[in-house]
Design a protein around this ligand. Sequence first.
Ligand SMILES: Nc1nc2c(ncn2[C@@H]2O[C@H](COP(=O)(O)OP(=O)(O)OP(=O)(O)O)[C@@H](O)[C@H]2O)c(=O)[nH]1
Ligand SMILES: [Mg+2]
Length: 461
Amino acid sequence: MDYERDTIAAISTPYGEGGIGIVRISGDEAFSIAEKIFVPKKPKPGGMKPRTMYLGDIIDPETKETIDEVLLVKYTAPHTYTREDMVEINSHGGLTVQNRILEVVLSCGARMAEPGEFTKRAFLNGRIDLSQAEAVIDLIRAKTDRALKIAMEQLKGGLSSQIGDLRQELIKVLANIEASIDFPEDDIPGLDPESLRAEVIDLIKKMEDLLNKSKAGKIVREGLSTVILGRPNVGKSSLLNSLLREKRAIVTDIPGTTRDAIEEYINVKGIPVKIIDTAGIRETLDEVERIGVEKALEYLENAELVLLMFDASEELKEEDLKIAELVKDKFVILVVNKVDLPEKIDIKKLKNVFPGRKIIRISALKEEGIEELKDAIFHAVTKEVGPLDEGIVITRARHRQAIKKAVDALKRAEKELKESSPMEVVAMEVREALEFLGEITGDNVGDDVIKAIFENFCIGK
Ligand SMILES: Nc1nc2c(ncn2[C@@H]2O[C@H](COP(=O)(O)OP(=O)(O)OP(=O)(O)O)[C@@H](O)[C@H]2O)c(=O)[nH]1
Ligand SMILES: [Mg+2]
């Protein structure tokens, strides 16, 4: 793949005040730009050595004005993040300082980098494959230690090597199929349709195993989408607050307090859980509240887990029972709140209305039962998707899709073999499966896919 080999630059540290800030430059002009704007305190004969920090001033080459005192490092291609010549300027971490430094770098001929463009160059220059590039942003955005570990494994090439192995096996099968096309008369053991079919079935199974684990991978990467649902005033926002241990949502004794959905992440034993507090479900004439209720129902639709809340200090109401219908296809934990008050709720009836659902009793106000609730969430998730760190390699929908398509192609190949179709047809399907797997590592992807992936990166990465 070819791209314009121009020199790019960006501020790589977060915007705002900080101890230090880093401006990065990558490309053929990186060193010459550095020479124009950097004046070392102690100039060395022969210039600056790579991978050594030099103290000096960044100056505006036009006005000769000093912008900041910095530490500057040169990295020589190809042993760099992008595989191009690179320069890093460690300046004081201030918005104005860093912007001024970036400005002089740009005025000397660099172009402002697009989001993720440094990593994109690492990919285009063959230092990492596409799945590793994706792992970079997953690592930056990891919400728990588990997510971090999986991203790190992917960055090191864990997914690439698994996909590589699968592709090798597919290539072997394809070679055998082609051999059977070339020597149809020879009765070579292993090249008969039944043996080939067994190999294809084995590969389908391996890929399906990967797909099964990918559900856990998605949760680790994106978080388990969990909606707190219930009629007004049962204590939904209070639960959010006690899970977060901060007063994030407004809590009052007025039913219909929450209008907008509030999303926050909590860490439940390494599982990132996206908790969404919603407006209490009821019929209402208040326009704003009505929109809130609609929003709650939208979130419910996409939720992977529902914490359905009830007020222990009141009898079950019509509104509580109506919600049963809404969540019947959902993964639900029943949360009976306000157990610090005298109990009026009919637990038996609750069990009848929601058969088979787990019930957790809590007091959001007194922060009682919260750990039990977290345990219940953890067990619900691991029961559903299996352990969350063993052998997970697929965390992204893009990878999942590619494997699914490869599996479909192999299933077609398997069917053709079973029906003794011409081997050319079988070979075509297997080749297709190979191409789909190649989408994961980027051996076989369109520019649009690459563009979409890097657009989600931060500037300067
Ligand atoms: N005694 C007691 N009161 C609670 C408990 N949890 C919440 N409350 C009170 O119940 C009232 C309603 O709490 P919220 O958290 O605002 O209820 P909500 O379900 O978010 O209500 P809406 O946003 O109106 O749907 C407040 O007065 C809370 O202090 C609890 O565990 N025990
Ligand atoms: Mg509320």
